[in-house]
Design a protein around this ligand. Sequence first.
Ligand code: TPP
Length: 638
Amino acid sequence: MSILERIDQPADLRRLTAEELNRLADEIREILVQTVARTGGHLASNLGVVELTIALHLAFDSPRDQIIWDVGHQSYVHKLLTGRRAAFSSLRQYGGLAGFPKRAESQHDLFETGHSSTALSAALGLAIARDLAGRNNQVVAVVGDGAMTAGMAFEALNQIGHLKKHIICVLNDNEMSIARNVGAMSRYLARLRMDRTYTRAKDDIEYLLNRIPAVGPGMARLAERLKDSLKYLLVPGMLFEELGWSYFGPFDGHDVQALVEAFREASQYADPVMIHVLTRKGKGYEPAETDAARFHGTAPFVVESGELLRQPTRPSYTQVFGETMVQLARRDPRIVAITAAMPEGTGLTEFAQAFPERFFDVGIAEQHGATLAAGLAAAGLRPVFAVYSTFLQRGYDQIVHDIALQNLPVVLAVDRGGLVGEDGPTHHGSFDLSYLSHIPNLAVMAPRDERELQQMLAAAFTAPGPAAIRYPRASGEGLPLYGRDIPLLPEGAGIPTVPWGRGEVRRRAEGARVALVALGTMVVVAEKAADLLAGEGIPATVVNARFCRPLDEELLLGVADAAGAVVTLEENTARGGFGAVVLEALSRHGRSGMRTLLLGLPDEFVTHGSRSVLLEAVGLTPAAVARRVGAWLAGGPE
Ligand SMILES: Cc1ncc(C[n+]2csc(CCOP(=O)(O)OP(=O)(O)O)c2C)c(N)n1
C-alpha cells in the first residue's frame, strides 16, 4: 500500500513520520505527472506546491481552518489529500473532478476560484464573518507571486492591513506567472529573495541599538528615530509591514517542517500575517522544471519526453492571430500589443520577440491593460489588447468608459470566445457577445475561419473607432493563409479587409424554409447542418453574419423575408448575445411576427469536459442543430 493510499483526510497526515512525508511527496509528484500526462492540466504549479500543501494540511485543521487557493489551478495536491484520491484519474474530464476548487466536490473546497487574485478579498469576508460569530479558526489564502500583480490583490491587502484582521497569506513565490512574472512588485519580491542576509543583519543591528545607553530623554528619542530609519533599510518585507501586515520569510517552500513551524507561529498572531514562501515551479519533473511556462497548462503529453501526445495539424486561431499581428506590425509602426500575463496563450510570443519595444505585458491586470490601450490610442498608436474572453470580463467598465466613450481605435483581440473545454465554467468565453454588443461605438466581429480572422484584423486597423474580434480556442479550417500561402498585397496593410458591417450568404437554397444566421464558429456548423437538413428535404439558407455590431440588417431582412423563419446560432449564451441583437433588429424593422429560434449556450454555467463533448452536450453540433431546427420547423419542441 502506498502512503498516499493511507490518506483519506488531512488528519491522516499527522500519523506520518518525516521520512514518510518525504515519500508521500514523491508519490504525489508521480501521480500528478502520470495523470496530467493523460488528462492535460496545470502541471508545473502543482508540482511546485506539493510540500507546501502537505505543510498547510499538517499545520491547519481543514475544513475548520479555511484555506483558499488563489486561481485554484494549483489545488490538485489539495484534492489528493482531501479524500479525492480515487476520483483523481477523472480530473478535468466530463463528469469528473474539476481542475479548480469546487464547493460541490468537497467541504475542503471553501471558495471557488479560477480567475486570479480573488483569494484575499474572499479571505477577508470569511475572517470578518468568523470574528462576528466569535469563532477562532484560521483563514488562509494561498496567493502566487503572479496573482499578487493584480489590482484586486492590492485592494484586499490594503483593506486587510487597515482592518488588522487576522488572516494568513501564504505568498507562493516561484518567480513565474504563466510566463516570467513582471512588474515592480515582482522585482521587490526578488530583492527579498536575494536579501536573506537582511534577517541576520537586522538582528545584529537591533542588538547594537538596544545597547545604546539611554543618556537622557533627548538621546533616547534620537536613538528611537535612528532605530526607525534603520528599520526601513533592514526589515525585510517593509512594504507589507507598512500596509499593516507582519511579514515573515522567505522560507524554503519545499521544507515541510520549516513551513509547518512558520504556519503555527503565524497562527498565534492577532494581525494579518504574510508568509513568503519560495517554491520551484515544475519541481521533480525535469521537462516542467526546464520549461515551466509550457507546463503551466499543458495538453496530454508523453511522460518520458514531455512532448505533446498529439501535434495539431492545422494552425489554431491563436497562432494565426499572432502571425498576422507580426505581418501587419511590420507595415504599420503604430501597431503595439498588450497582454495581461499571457504572452504565449494569446499567441504574442513572436510579436514580443520581433518588436520588444512595442509589446507590453501588464501582469494579471486586465482593467489596467484596457485603459493602457485607451491611452496608447489617444496618443495616435494602434494598440491591440489580446485577452481571453473570460478575463476581459474584468475590463468591462474600462471598455465602456475609457475606450468606447472616447471612440478610441483600440482593437480587442478576444481569444477563447465560446467553450474552452477542460478548464470549465470559470474559463468558458460564454458572455463576451453579450457584454460587448450593446456598447456604442464598438464594432464586434467573429470570423467564420482563420483566414477571415486575418481579414477582420486588417479591417479593425482601418476602423475609425474601437473593434473587438472574438475567436475560439480551436484549430482553424486549414485554409490557405495570407502571408503563408497567399502573397500579401503590396500596398497598405497587406491583407484585404472584410467589407465593414457586411455579412455574406454562404448558401442560398432554392425555396428556403429557414435562414440559419450564424456567427463565428457556428457558421461552419450551420453549413453542415444545412447539408443534413437538405437531406431531409428542408432547404436552408446559411448566412455568415461576420458582425454582431454593426449588424448587416439589409442582409438579415432579405433572408428572413425570403424564408419566413430565422434561426440564429452563436457560441455565446443565447441570452443577450447575437440572437438578441438579431431579434431586436427584426422587431425594429416591423418583423416581430417572424418565427425565430435562438441557438446558443444554455442559460446556465456549462461544466468542464472536452470542447467536442461539451458542444454535443449543449446541442451545438451539426447533427444536433439539424435535429433541433427540423423539430422546431415541424412545430414540435426543438
Ligand atoms: C483574471 C485572470 N487573468 C489571467 C489568468 C490566467 N492565469 C492563470 S494562472 C496565471 C499565473 C498565476 O501565477 P501565480 O499566481 O504566480 O501562480 P503559479 O502558477 O506561478 O503558482 C495566470 C495569468 C487568470 N486565471 N485570471
